[in-house]
Design a protein around this ligand. Sequence first.
Ligand code: C2E
Ligand code: CA
Ligand code: CA
Length: 757
Amino acid sequence: MHHFKLSLWFYTRQLSLRLGMLVSLLFLSSLALATDEIIQPDGNISAQNLNIRLTPKEKLWLAQNQTIRVAVKKGWMPIEFMLENNQHRGLSIDYLSKISSLLNIKFSVINYSEDLDSTQVDMISAMGSILGEKNSFRPLNQPYLMFPHAIYTKKSKNKKFHSLEDLKSSRIAIFKNGPLGHKILENYPKIKLVYVDIADEAFDKLKSGAIDAYIGNEMVLDYHISVHHLVFVEKAGLTPFSSSVFMAVQNDKPELASALEKSILAIGQNNNELLDNWRVTEDHYNQILSVILAGVFLIFLFVSTRFYRFHKNSKKQNSESQQKIWYQANYDHLTKLPNRHLLQNRLEQAMERADRSKLPLAVLFIDLDNFKQVNDTSGHSVGDKLLADAANRICRCVRSEDTTARFGGDEFMIVMSDINDMRSLEKVCKKILIELKKPFDIDSDKFFISASIGVSIYPNNGLNPEELISYADQAMYESKKLGRNQYQFFTASIQTDSLKKLSLSNDLRDALIKNEFVIFYQPIVNLENSNILKAEALIRWNHPTNGMVNPMDFIPLAEESGLIHELGDWVFHQALKDLPVIQAQFGAEFQVSINVSPYQFQKPDNLLKWAEAIKKVNISGNCFSLEITEGILLEPSSAVINTIAALRSVNIAFSIDDFGTGYSALAYLKKFNIDYVKIDKSFVQNLQPNNYDAVLCEAIINMARKLGIKVIAEGIETNIQQELLKRFSCDYGQGYLFAKPQPLDMFLAFLASNKNH
Ligand code: C2E
Ligand code: CA
Ligand code: CA
């Protein structure tokens, strides 16, 4: 049956026009709605062992409804069309046939008409544009066919047009329904669009020179050109746009909808086996001899097998390479997920569906925590495997009909339609967090990450795709800010925060040039004898309108934008200028500690230059201590190890900042010859005799002493805290109890008065 079908629709040169007309006439004359046609499993379409799992409810419904009434169109080659013998053929029919073998059901065909009554049919086999379709039918969430829009031009020796870019001020015909015109104009506002009703109209205009190009569904137009033997046309290239074909199901048949949804997922969008039967290219039909059966006519021409094989092969290669190009433009090659571009498409489709169903949709923005660290310290091959695995885990947490896309390096996005209640949405978020928290086994190693999720809802939060994505992104940042490994829904206060952040971020670029940064110094006190020979340099931003901006509000922005490198260098060089002033009054052993962001280790050369700078002045390297976080030491790259070694070789000291909040393993710190650990202020501030934090502090101090590492307790605010820490023999203390961070002159005055007491 299949060979027959293939050859049936390849017209020979001489007969194409007349037969085309005849077939059109036959289409018009068959007006009856009901047909006797049944679609059932087709022996020629291989019934692979596809995996499909139905719920008991779906099974029951299918058992009670063995024959599904489906409305099929007549003249949309090769998607679906009717032969003169009243038989429907096309890609949709092949898909239905495959579904019928999967679900063990039959379809009875009914002729599609615009004013279809929803009581007469259960579903529609193919809808091109989901705008303006019948409200009593809902398209499935995923299209089963998706084809690029291609550019067709008049054949010429010197090809002028290859892409939309070449056509940006030309006259282009497009089909009048559907969103393509809008998308083209959005990107190329100077293009003059000519809307056509049928393909022939466009090709006539192309022939007469009234338009420069015709853009439309590649599969459909290739087929049209081949069947009608339009020798003057050539395909100039593809556009980044595509069009989708959906099945639609009557609103009150959710079991049918979900069973079809699962079947299409099992068979696959653009199933290659099915597509291969319908693909043609422009230049092979001359040689293909075919059989045409038209009503009472029987025209028989036989196939030269050698030619046939040769051309089938070249045809296949051509369509494969186009398919590849299209795939590359729409999918992420590492995770095999849709990319940003396709996501945008799907989101728009989902929004249109939401408009009709009146059910909200959710956009989830997922960003992996600590991924950069794994990637930087363990290499890209580990990073890639982790991403692919993470993508799988995320997909497992959502329904098959939701779209999961890779949005950026370690960012994923999910579009979830039909949100019935927020609790089930929260459940999905929680599930994703749990899945990503589980260890990743890669190359016989275990890696740990977590994720931060932001959620925006359509139509509640935003009305266009850009807004929805941006709001989900902002909510994701809120999750990061609140400590990661959690999800947040977008709120109005997140919006004002992020507007503030945006304007700060813009100002930050100029702040260095305008000299708006200042260093504040906070003393670090020797708890045994109250001497002060150390201080921490803490940056402040004196913003022209916002006043003093807290480093917590701009360091992350600087890290994001890459400005942290310049900012970090500025802090170091400013401290290098200030230090001689401090040392002149309070001794040459005075030590300043400087906070170094993990991001700064991405440019080791910058840090290595610090060693050079110190060597040039008359200051001992040991007068600087660099405060780093332990994360950077966990699985350090050789670049990190070498940088630390080089800085150590000029005697620069190292402190571990915020100790106790992370992995808190002291023993491995010894490997790096760490000088100090700073117990995080969250422990110090909860100190009570005999409480958990007291036990922890004491344990850290004891362990550190055994390893020859000195301990600095941060955030000491009360005498009780100080007394407890002294009792544990903590070496140093820092906090408001002694002094707040203050500008250099005030700090010097403080040191002077402290000395006199
Ligand atoms: P950090 O390194 O943990 O710095 C200690 C923070 O605790 C400082 O906040 C300090 O003002 C505050 N602090 C000190 N004593 C007390 C106290 O008794 N009670 C309380 N509640 N807080 C106390 P600050 O200056 O706002 O800095 C916040 C963070 O910004 C720093 O945390 C550090 O991570 C970062 N930061 C500051 N300056 C720089 C810099 O130059 N470079 C980089 N990369 N990060 C910096
Ligand atoms: Ca610090
Ligand atoms: Ca700290």
